[in-house]
Design a protein around this ligand. Structure first.
Ligand code: PHE
Length: 362
């Protein structure tokens, strides 16, 4: 049975009353559900329309729908006004005090290793060197054989090199023990002349105050038709003077041995050690800084170059060592402890790479 007109009017009045007394959005939603929800009072009435005789159904339906619309409109109006009230209250309460000073963000800092690599890239870049890269997982040929390191060389033995398990043919990949394989890969991939540095991670099974199993090197290679030992000395002397910011640093090239260079040398720079302090630039002491030499003809032949036509020099240096010397960092292992306090102390402001080359020219 459908509601009589009188009852319908009462239901409508009851609903409007409920809307009026709802003072929160939640309460209003409860009213909506009670009347217009799936089993709300009005919805129930609408569901019963089907059971009326057809001649009554039309008028009853129209009346119910009109009441439904009145209720829906009342709810919508109430909702809008409650939302406005909530918004004004929030604006009143959450007022932002724009006179408060902003909370400062702590900027990150550049790790000394990255800093030194950036400095060297800029410095050698000014001398016409580009940057090359190679894989850290290498094969025996690129890391040793092509560099003229014979089978019997101690560097190949397990105590120095991290090897991966052998494959089916018995060949083991390894973690490169130096950046020199980048010489081989870059020369094989391109055409001479070559003039590049190759900074990157290197690995040796070694750990104490001056050795970490993972460390960084910067390789350098300059191959052209008329490069000689004078270029090597000039280039590397210019490098240490600019890098350490001392114009008259004494340098010394001590004969040494590397299988991939001939002649080979170790470069020392003059320094003073006094009261636990190290001063670079002058004095009677010497400090070893890098390995270098003229590229061995066998290496050039291994990458398909004629040593009668092409020649040049190579060098390799430890990045941690350069950073320790330049920035007075005493323990190499602390580089990789990931201690934020250490980084705050030794790190560098981002976007503030000192422009060494331009700095000196000024
Ligand atoms: N690869 C050598 C090392 O790791 C360094 C080096 C590079 C020496 C190039 C000479 C020329 O010790």
């Amino acid at each position: 049975m459908s509601l009589a007109d009188k009852d319908l009017a009462a239901l409508s009045a009851e609903a409007s009353g409920a809307v009026r007394t709802a003072t929160t959005l939640d309460a209003l939603e409860a009213v909506r559900i009670a009347y217009l929800g799936k089993s709300g009072k009005l919805t129930e009435q609408l569901k019963q329309l089907g059971s009326l005789p057809p001649e009554e159904r039309k008028t009853a339906g129209a009346a119910l729908n009109q009441v439904k619309q009145v209720i829906a409109e009342a709810i919508a109006a109430a909702k809008e006004s409650l939302e406005n009230i909530a918004l004004s209250a929030a604006l009143e309460q959450d007022r932002v005090d724009i006179t408060l000073p902003a909370r400062s963000e702590k900027p990150g800092s550049i790790h000394p290793i990255s800093q030194v690599i950036e400095e060297c890239t800029e410095l050698f870049g000014a001398m016409g060197f580009t940057v090359a890269e190679g894989p850290e997982i290498e094969d025996d040929w690129h890391n040793f054989t092509a560099l003229n390191i014979p089978e019997s060389h101690p560097a190949r033995q397990m105590h120095d090199t991290f090897y991966f398990p052998a494959d089916a043919e018995g060949n083991s990949k390894l973690l490169r023990t130096h950046t020199s394989p980048v010489q081989i890969r870059t020369m094989q991939a391109g055409k001479p002349p070559f003039r590049f540095i190759a900074p990157g991670r290197t690995y040796r099974c070694d750990s104490d105050i001056t050795h970490s199993p993972m460390f960084h090197q910067i390789e350098g290679l300059y191959i052209d038709k008329n490069i000689h030992m004078g270029h090597l000395k000039g280039c590397l002397t210019q490098f240490v003077q600019t890098f350490f910011g001392v114009s008259e640093v004494p340098v010394r090239f001590r004969p040494s041995f590397f299988p991939f260079t001939e002649p080979s040398a170790e470069m020392d720079i003059g320094c003073i050690r006094e009261g636990g302090e190290l001063k670079i630039g002058a004095g009677k002491d010497w400090l070893e800084i890098l390995g270098c030499g003229m590229v061995h003809p066998a290496v050039l032949r291994n990458v398909g170059l004629d040593p009668e036509e092409w020649q040049g020099f190579a060098f390799g240096m430890g990045v941690e060592r350069l950073a320790m010397l330049k920035y007075g960092i005493p323990d190499l292992r602390t580089f990789f402890d990931s201690d934020v306090r250490w980084l705050n102390h030794y790190g560098f402001a981002p976007l503030d790479i000192p422009t060494l080359v331009r700095g000196l020219a000024r």
